[in-house]
Design a protein around this ligand. Structure first.
Ligand code: CIZ
Length: 326
């Protein structure tokens, strides 16, 4: 194997990092995936940019030996579940997910026991352990379609996102039992700041992810998954948009609607200052870490995602059920 051209990451400029990543990608027959919420520099080097399920399915359909997943850990787990024969690399193991953390498997198993006659429908944004405790996985794109296929008499537990669950109850007319998890990015938008933005930009369309609480969703002209929000932006050329989801998606929105204006909605922290709602976990990934994980330095932030085969197989079942039903 040829010697790597560079040994010290510190000495690499972004341009050199991009070149080295491309070289390693070819050498290892790797595919790089970037979630819509990743930094622009990472979206630029990716083979595929998308939502978590779409990325994992696209990677599974390639003949790549290695998947480098630039997103958060549960997303890389989905890639491994659907591609058990491929090596899955994560740039930073600390890139977790507040929604995943809000649903610890032990407590969730106990909650399930309290409702023995309910089936468990779970949002894909959860750990492999929670998937293994579920009957059907859903995404924000296919949740309504799947829930609508379940007999009305069947009791359902929905986890982990209470806001998405409440929204789904409203649009499906169901009364699902909700686990009370949430995502810090979507939960903390300030309604007051949102109203200020709508007053200052009266023509702007408010587009929101259903992980936002109900009080925010009442202001929305369009509610949908990341891909649905992107499609809405594409279909409304030249408009202005107030975006209620992780703001890094605006990079993709701009590519689909070049003349549009975008405003991201801040939240107000305890000290009263207004801040943007970047996901702190997604923000842990950068070009340097992608390079390091591909170079295979075990001492660095990331590494190979290893899933126990028994757990992987149990988590795969409800995911395959989703694919059958969607
Ligand atoms: O599953 C995903 O990628 C997320 C975060 C949500 C969505 O709506 O795509």
């Amino acid at each position: 194997m040829p010697e790597p051209k560079f040994n010290k990451t510190q000495s690499l400029s972004d341009t050199d990092l991009v070149k080295e990543i491309a070289r390693l990608k070819q050498e290892q027959n790797a595919v790089i995936l970037a979630h819509f919420y990743q930094d622009e520099a990472i979206q630029e080097i990716a083979d595929f940019v998308g939502d978590s399920l779409d990325l994992s399915r696209k990677a599974a359909a390639t003949n790549a030996d290695v998947i480098v997943f630039c997103g958060v850990k549960f997303m890389a787990e989905v890639a491994k579940i659907l591609s058990p024969g491929k090596k899955v690399l994560i740039p930073d193991f600390k890139a977790g997910c507040s929604l995943e953390e809000s649903c610890p498997p032990k407590q969730f198993a106990a909650f399930k026991q309290q409702h023995p006659d309910a089936i468990v429908v779970t949002y894909i944004n959860c750990s492999a352990e929670i998937k293994a405790l579920s009957d059907i996985i859903v995404t924000s794109t296919n949740a309504k379609k799947i829930i609508d296929q379940i007999p009305l008499t069947q009791k359902i537990i929905f986890a982990p996102d209470q806001h998405l669950g409440r929204y789904l109850n409203k649009i499906t007319g169901r009364d699902m039992i909700l686990w009370n998890g949430s995502c810090i990015v979507h939960e903390q938008f300030s309604e007051k700041e949102l109203v200020k933005l709508t007053v200052n930009h009266r023509e702007a369309l408010v587009i929101a992810h259903p992980e936002c609480p109900e009080n925010l969703l009442t202001h929305a002209h369009h509610i949908g998954s990341t891909s649905s929000l992107l499609k809405f932006v594409e279909d409304h050329q030249g408009q202005e948009f107030i975006v209620l989801t992780e703001p890094h998606i605006i990079y993709q929105m701009r590519q689909r609607n070049k003349t549009a204006k975008f405003y991201d909605c801040p939240f107000i922290d305890k000290a009263g200052c207004s801040m943007c709602n970047n996901c702190p976990y997604m923000g842990l990934n950068n070009l340097e870490k992608v390079y390091e994980v591909m170079k295979g330095e075990a001492s660095k932030a990331g590494g190979e995602l290893v899933l126990d085969e028994n757990l992987r197989a149990r988590a795969e079942k409800p995911l395959r059920k989703m694919l059958e039903m969607s």
